[in-house]
Design a protein around this ligand. Structure first.
Ligand code: ADP
Length: 290
């Protein structure tokens, strides 16, 4: 079975920050959402899986590879798009991709050329392949980032906060590209944007302060709140009082009024109505309870 299995992974930085605390996750082929607020430990986890930094304890296996003991084996099957992905602005997409392919060890000219062309088609940059990367939009750069991450035909693709700064059209295009890759690859998408996970992922985990709060199928996770989530429209001035009185997991303005979502095992009182949970509610209730 081709799965990424993370067991009891822990990491404390020298400054005392416990970035990973006994993390265990099972990640199958498909799109996996790693959802958590800034500082949750997502990048630390990604970098540890990518063997760019060491853990204090725990293990990671991918199929038959013991990742932490065999970093070179992992690198052969890993594609990684880090949060800060720099490109050489003066080079064209085609030239840089070709160059990166050489660095990845694809030395046969014909094979490399075919691969570069195929990837440029796949990420929808073929038409602009001769243009300089410096002139690319954020979304185009991210798609280029995916092309370079796919050069070795990876079994595991990791993308760290990839949709930050993309407009809705580009974000959608990027989602489609990732979904396609996720049909036969393990794809881990780290994000603090709930919509990214909702749209894309068949499995997910919510992490915060280095701990896994919940993991599983997003729909099932949402069902866990079934029968316990209530909504009410209140006056703006009442918000502080409601925050004190109830387990309030979200509040948003709607036509000048405030809509609050409250978690409660019993009916909270007049004016509240029972609602279906969305992933945002799950996320907020987990972060709130942690
Ligand atoms: P995320 O990717 O979810 O935003 P990170 O993994 O970047 O989270 O960070 C997790 C925690 O570890 C944060 O509190 C962060 O400040 C801290 N941290 C990250 N990298 C380092 C480092 N190199 N040295 C010390 N603390 C770090």
């Amino acid at each position: 079975m081709q799965e990424l299995i993370i067991s009891n992974l822990s990491k404390t930085y020298k400054n005392g920050v416990k970035a990973l605390q006994d993390i265990s996750l099972q990640i199958p082929i498909g799109m996996y959402g790693l959802l958590g607020p800034n500082g949750a430990g997502k990048s630390t986890l990604m970098r540890t899986i990518a063997t760019l930094q060491a853990a204090d304890s725990g293990s990671i296996t991918l199929g038959g590879i013991d990742v932490l003991a065999q970093p070179n084996e992992l690198k052969k099957v890993l594609g990684y798009l880090p949060q800060q992905f720099g490109v050489y602005p003066a080079l064209s997409a085609e030239l840089l991709l070709n160059h990166l392919a050489v660095l990845k060890g694809i030395l046969n000219n014909k094979e490399r050329k075919e691969m570069v062309q195929a990837l440029l088609h796949k990420v929808n940059l073929y038409e602009v392949r001769k243009q300089k990367l410096g002139g690319f939009s954020g979304g185009m750069k991210q798609r280029f980032g995916i092309a370079q991450a796919l050069l070795n035909n990876p079994r595991l693709l990791m993308v760290d906060e990839p949709t930050a700064g993309l407009d809705p059209v580009e974000r959608n295009r990027f989602y489609n590209l990732l979904s396609e890759v996720g049909e036969n690859t393990i794809v881990i998408l780290s994000t603090h944007i709930v919509d990214d996970v909702k749209e894309l992922c068949s499995r997910m985990a919510i992490i915060n302060k280095g701990k896994v709060l919940v993991q599983g199928n997003p729909v099932q996770i949402m069902e866990n709140l079934q029968g316990r989530l209530y909504e009410k429209m209140i006056h703006k001035n009442e918000l502080e009082q409601y925050k004190k009185e109830y387990q309030l997991i979200s509040d948003r303005l709607y036509l000048g009024n405030q809509i609050v979502h409250v978690l409660s095992d019993t009916h909270p009182g007049p004016g509240f109505k029972l609602i279906d949970a969305n992933l945002e509610d799950v996320y907020m209730s987990q972060i709130f309870n942690a």
